[in-house]
Write a protein that binds this ligand. Sequence first.
Ligand code: CYC
Length: 161
Amino acid sequence: MQDAITSLIGAYDATGKYFDRDALDTLKSYFATGSARLAASSAITANAASLVRKAGSQLFEEVPDLIRPGGNAYTTRRFAACLRDLDYYLRYASYALVAGNNDVLDERVLQGLRDTYSSLGVPIGPTVQGIQILKQLVFDLVGENADWLAAPFDYMTRELS
Ligand code: CYC
């Protein structure tokens, strides 16, 4: 698992180079957003249950067919699996925010997920919609919509789409 610092050191060490201007800029911007990343992650942690509940209600309001007979989130078991998946996305986003790197998302969340979803008929479009709703709720909670805050949600969206 990588973070903003280890991934940079790995890349520069692989070619035996000292950090150049680009590397230092990357590190500076990571450190400059450090406290804000911690604050966002801790706000998410403190509000996780309510964020997931709200994201679920909003998603099922926007795509009501999901919870009607024939919908992928129909039946209590599948409804619960959907909320659990949203909770996974949120929790791993809170890790990636602190790491300043999406590697944890590749390694723990996204690997093989498209195949699993496709074999179970879990629709990607509404899943991605749920991730974007989570992102918006986190923006509202934290009171900003910076790129670094959007990054893990947008990364999962891109990789799943
Ligand atoms: C199922 N979601 C699953 C499954 C996995 C994941 C592995 C199959 C096994 C199971 O049911 O538990 C996802 N598991 C993960 C992830 C991790 C993991 C991400 C990383 C930590 O370990 N259905 C919808 C909505 C969406 C949804 C659009 C919610 C946003 O209509 C989710 N996922 C959903 C549903 C199932 C599922 C309904 C159950 C499908 C079934 O069994 O028929």
